[in-house]
Design a binder for this molecule. Structure first.
Ligand code: HAS
Ligand code: CU
Length: 567
């Protein structure tokens, strides 16, 4: 399919020289290892969060490293949701298109991206570990953190935009050599993710540069919390698709091959990515249904647009399910569900990704509840919301990338996957742990247990008076977190065991680019999706049409709040 190299590509461009491949692999490995090291620290703290809800306060034992639950929660959110994702996704989105097109990526820019991201991460980490910036991963003002935190996050976001230049350059070179042809699928997907992310990042980048950075440096004395929140969510919603879609690349373009089949439709995959791009950027204010100062008509429009975002995921559900069914039947599966059991469940990489899809059915269903303005009033700011996002970013992003690691690390290092059975156990433990925590968290949320609350620090009698009725569900939250924690330990044993394990060139797997049943060659859909610049402009227009009336009253009636440090 799209992995076919062009005859006409300039010789100097071709990635045929194995040194270039080695250099590209080294770059991705650096991104991947750094991202997973952040995840390791982030997950370790996650177990404490689960215990907190079960009524067990472990923080007093962790002084002086961690002083409060809120410091732990800030580290947990920032390391998992930003650092892990930004590093792994940036490396992934540079490497895969380069290999698909067989072109040399701009490695200097790739390493510059890595360096800038690392610098930003170290600055933010310093500010989180010294407890000067326990402002949680949404950093809502007027909670105030140190300049290191905001400037660090600013650098990380700026760095995450640079892979766009690398991918657009690869695509342009390929198109020059292949006039009139549509972009190969993985490169199309990577470019659309990064273009969407460019528009998405405008919100948080403006919040950082115009509001948070000058305020934390003392150049301004007050801040507008509503304006800051709105700019944050401009980015904060589409960022979830920036986390989701790189996993979708694996689900669409690699998993069918790993499962023993083919992707049923390349044009449908393009349609899904196009819709995700167009619908995801304008809808950030669905995180602000309960905020004052946003007109009800805007909240209504955003509800409709948000529900539209589910369409590309439903397209994904059916396209991917059919591709998996095709794989299962080729492997001899018979009857209504025989294909399901015939999938290669012993392959930890396949199992991880299919289990991630299963959990995403529940994560996505919860998202549709959140999107519905009236229903969101019941669940907003309760434990339901973290339950929702542990069944989305905690699985569709994290579990898919865990599964990818099982072929990617041998591919990058030439070392054999360490303890494949333990790897399989790790993905099951992660899946079961997060499903248990997810169900119990949804339940406790419906019973009104707040999110982000240090409830285990309450005197026991008060804890029981407030949460006694739902204590059973809260204990299950803690148990789910502990099971997932065991899965993480098993996973990291395999991860580092592979990195430092036995060299085995035989184990060095190829990238499993899948073949397709229906390709893009004669597809009208593929042609419609191809002008990504045009679709970026359309998305910008829709985004501005929603955000200009949202932001205008805020800009003309500013709020001046002084900052405060707590915890
Ligand atoms: Fe969300 C809050 C709405 C998807 C992450 N979301 C959050 C937060 C995070 C997050 C982190 O409208 C909390 C932010 C905070 O801290 O305050 N979300 C949605 C909707 C979707 C959605 C409509 N969210 C995600 C994804 C995330 C993510 C993806 C991360 C990666 N979310 C909201 C809303 C809020 C929210 C409100 C604010 C709530 C509030 O009150 O604060 C949709 O995109 C979901 C569509 C998905 C589906 C599922 C499709 C199923 C598939 C699997 C198929 C299975 C197969 C296997 C093929 C409709 C693709 C075969 C199996 C067989 C058995 C055959
Ligand atoms: Cu959202």
């Amino acid at each position: 399919m799209s992995a076919v190299m062009t005859q006409g590509a300039a010789r100097s461009d071709a990635l045929a020289v194995s040194e270039d491949v080695v250099a590209a692999k080294r770059l991705l490995l650096a991104f991947w290892i750094t991202g997973f090291c952040a995840l390791l620290v982030g997950i370790s703290i996650g177990v404490l969060q689960g215990a907190n809800y079960a009524g067990i306060d472990l923080y007093p034992y962790l002084a002086p490293f961690l002083k409060t639950y809120y410091q732990g929660l800030t580290l947990h959110g920032v390391l998992n949701a930003f650092v892990f994702t930004f590093f792994t996704i940036s490396g992934w989105l540079i490497y895969l298109p380069a290999r698909e097109l067989k072109l040399r990526p701009n490695l200097a820019l790739g390493w510059f991206t890595y360096g800038l991201m690392l610098l930003g991460t170290l600055m933010a980490a310093y500010a989180m570990f010294d407890n000067s910036s326990s402002v949680l991963y949404t950093f809502y003002p007027p909670l105030q953190g140190s300049p290191y935190f905001y400037l660090g996050i600013t650098l990380v976001v700026v760095a995450s935009l640079l892979p766009l230049i690398v991918v657009l350059d690869l695509r342009a070179r390929w198109k020059r050599a292949n006039p009139g042809q549509v972009t190969p699928l993985v490169t199309f997907m990577s470019a659309s993710i990064l273009l969407m992310w460019l528009l998405a990042a405008l919100g948080a980048a403006s919040e950082a540069v115009f509001l948070l950075d000058p305020w934390s440096l003392g150049l301004t004395s007050t801040i507008d919390p509503l304006l800051a929140r709105t700019l944050f969510w401009w980015t904060g919603h589409p960022i979830v698709y920036y986390w989701l879609m790189p996993g979708y690349i694996s689900i669409y373009a690699l998993l069918p091959r790993q499962a023993g089949g083919k992707l049923v439709s390349d044009p449908l995959a393009r349609l899904a990515f196009l819709l995700l791009m167009v619908f995801s950027v304008p809808v950030g204010t669905h995180h602000q249904y309960t905020d004052p100062g946003i007109a009800p008509v805007i909240k209504g429009v955003v509800t409709a647009l948000t529900l539209s975002v589910a369409i590309p995921s439903l397209i994904t559900a059916f396209t991917v399910a059919l591709s998996l069914e095709y794989a299962g039947r080729r492997r001899g599966g018979k009857g209504l569900m025989g294909w399901w059991t015939a999938l290669p469940w012993r392959d930890p990489s396949v199992a991880a990704q299919v289990l991630a899809l299963v959990s995403f059915i529940f994560g996505g269903a919860g998202g549709i509840v959140n999107a519905s303005w009236q229903l969101d009033n019941v669940v907003h700011n309760t434990l339901w919301i973290p339950a929702h996002f542990h069944l989305t970013v905690g699985t569709m992003t994290t579990l898919v990338f865990m599964g990818v690691s099982f072929w990617l690390l041998p591919h990058l290092t030439g070392r054999r996957l360490f303890a494949p059975r333990l790897a399989l156990a790790s993905v099951w433990l992660w899946f079961v742990g997060l499903m248990v925590w997810g169900f119990a968290g949804h339940w406790a949320g419906l019973d009104g247990v707040p999110r982000r609350a240090w409830i285990s620090a309450l005197p026991h009698a008060q804890y029981m008076r407030l949460y006694g009725a739902v204590h059973g569900a809260l204990e299950v939250v803690g148990i789910g977190g502990a099971i997932a924690g065991l899965g993480a330990i098993a996973f990291f044993v395999c991860f580092f065991g592979t990195l430092f394990g036995r060299r085995d060139e035989q184990a060095m797997r190829q990238i499993p680019f899948a073949q397709v049943i229906t390709g893009p060659e004669h597809s009208v859909m593929a042609r419609i999706a191809e002008p990504l610049g045009l679709w970026t402009a359309v998305t910008l227009v829709i985004t501005l049409a929603v955000y200009i009336p949202t932001l205008w009253p805020m800009l003309t009636h500013p709020i001046h709040a002084v900052g405060f440090h707590i915890w």
